[in-house]
Structures are given as structure tokens and as C-alpha cells.
Design a protein around this ligand. Sequence first.
Ligand code: ATP
Length: 345
Amino acid sequence: MIHARGLVQTFHTKQGRQKTEVRAVDGVDLDVEEGEVVGFLGPNGAGKTTTLRMLTTLLTPTAGTASVAGYDVVRESVQVRRSIGYVSQAGGAFSGARAGDEVVDHGMLYGLSKQVCEARGRQLFEQMDLDGLWTRMPKNMSGGQKRRLDIVMGLIHEPRLVFLDEPTTGLDPQARANLWEHIRDLRSRRGATVFLTTHYLDEADALSDRILIIDQGRIVAADTSDNLKTQVAGDLVHLELVDADQVAEAARKLASLGDSRGEVEVDGRHVRGRVPRAGRSVQGLLRDLDRSGIDLDSIEVHRPTLDDVFLSLTGRSLRDAESTRPADAPGEPTAPSDVPEGALQ
Ligand SMILES: Nc1ncnc2c1ncn2[C@@H]1O[C@H](COP(=O)(O)OP(=O)(O)OP(=O)(O)O)[C@@H](O)[C@H]1O
């Protein structure tokens, strides 16, 4: 459904006389199959939105090729646009009409009749828990309702592929959870392929069949969340001992279960280390500790998170990466997008 090879986007910014080049996307290859929900994860400034804007034809790639829904994003941009729904990070700019009229007008831009738009729109309002809000002005809706209205606008022409750029940013936890359900429904009820960007790890984990991780403009991982976690990070085992004098021995025993990837940390009565498939080895560890007279106050086993995955791949946690990305360079971009944001909404 989406195939990209060597996608590059370079921006030139000016600060006074000095020109700086930002390689926002630096040779991205990606493949998304029909019916998949793919989470595109990365720290702030990693290149998620820029990649999405190239795939949705809002920005012409500096280099590389991409086909979306079977059409080339440069040569067949009109066909691409007709085949996709795009919900931008900023959300839609509503014209000041009532919500239902906005949706009908938007659908008519795709050549649909008023009756069809109204019937589909009302059905989508129901599916998105917006019943009763057809005549409400968008400005009088809550953040979560507006976000769901954005999604209705993105779906009115029944696209096979939906791009969602950070769909839950700014929503409270309940509205997020509610939107997650709706995103899951896009595939299960409508059979849509969904490509969503996020920097929320839990969101990527909860929603995606497959995860692509981008860092500094390059894809650093592409797999299911489970595979990524299994490949790059073991389970975290945390032992709390009764007697601090025994930590060194407990640390040795824990280290003997691991491979050379993780180090065992010791802190007071605490011992922490990564162990591949701890579910299988932790019982043996407990027996061993018991035999050696090492008593525990507690033991915790945590499955790795996507942040652990990111850390193993890049040496930084996602949070650190957000603060160290070099270029949120001030200055004027000299390569503005060729189509205004929201044109596809
Ligand atoms: N029009 C532009 N002109 C100059 N630099 C830009 C422009 N758009 C994006 N950039 C830079 O390109 C890099 C990638 O930005 P992008 O918005 O794609 O990241 P992102 O992963 O979507 O981040 P976020 O999670 O914060 O939305 C950043 O360093 C950003 O400052």
C-alpha cells in the first residue's frame, strides 16, 4: 500500500546571512501492506511529519521515490490524494460552518453528491461518538470531539488508506483511550490501512501491528513491537534483597542468566539486570538464591518497553533524543511546502 525507497527531504534555513541545510529525512525505505496499522515512532524532530507530508504529496521529495495506494507521489499526486485520508497534526481549519455542513462540503470536494455525503457523514458521526453534534459549531466542541471530527473529514470519501499525524496529542487520557478505540475500528470495521505517527510509546504499542522507528531522518527499526523487544532488549529483573551484604553474589547469579548485552546494576539492597526471556529462567534463579541462603524482599520482572528498544538501537532514550535533536533551527525555511497544510484534510 505504501512503498518508499531512498526518500530524502532537505530544508534550507537562513539565519541572517548564514544558510543551514537540514536533512530532515535522510534516505527512508519503508513498506506498508494493505490492512496493516503501522505506527511511525520517533522523538521530536526525527522526521515523522516530513516523511508523512511527502507520502501525502504535500511536499515533493528532494530525492527518492514513493508509491502510495499504487500511485507515484510525484507523477500521480492527484490519484494519491483521491485514495487517501489525511488527518494533520494541526487538525482541520474549519470554515465556521456547523460540523455536519463542514463534513458534507468536504466530501463534495471529492466529487460525492450531497446525499451521499450526508448519509456517510451521519453514519461516521455515530461511529465516532459524535451523535447529536451534527449542528454544533466545531469551535464549541471539546478537543477530543474536534479530533474525531478531523477523522470524520479524513474518512468521508472512504479512503483505503488513512494517515494520522499524532492523532492524540493534546488530548486527556480518557479522550486518548476513546480515540484509540476508534482507530482500531478503522481497520476492523472499514478494512482501512492506517499509518500513524506518534511519539507516545504506549500508543504505538497499543495500536500498531508493526512499528517503524525513525531517528535523525533514518529508519532504525521496522518490526512488530514484540519482535523488536525480544531482539534488542531482555526483560528487566529487579531483585530487592533482605541483606545488602549479599548483593554481589546475587548480581553474579543474575548476570549468569543474561547474555553480554546488559550490565547488572547494584544499588544498596537492589540488583537490576536484563535477562532474555526471564519468564523461563527466573524460577531457576529463585531456587539458586534460596539454596545460597539469599533472602529476597521482592522480585519484579518487567517486559522491555519500546523506549528500551530505542535505547538499544541509538544509545539514547526517546526522551533524551527529544532534547538533543540538533536542528529545530530558528530561521526562515527557504523550501516551504508546495501545498498548504490541511489541503487534503
Ligand atoms: N519547513 C521546514 N524548514 C526547515 N526545517 C524544517 C522544516 N520542517 C521541518 N524541519 C526540520 O526537519 C526536522 C524534522 O522535522 P519533522 O517535523 O519531520 O519531525 P517530527 O518527527 O515530525 O517531529 P515532531 O514529533 O516534533 O512533530 C526537524 O529538525 C525540523 O526542525
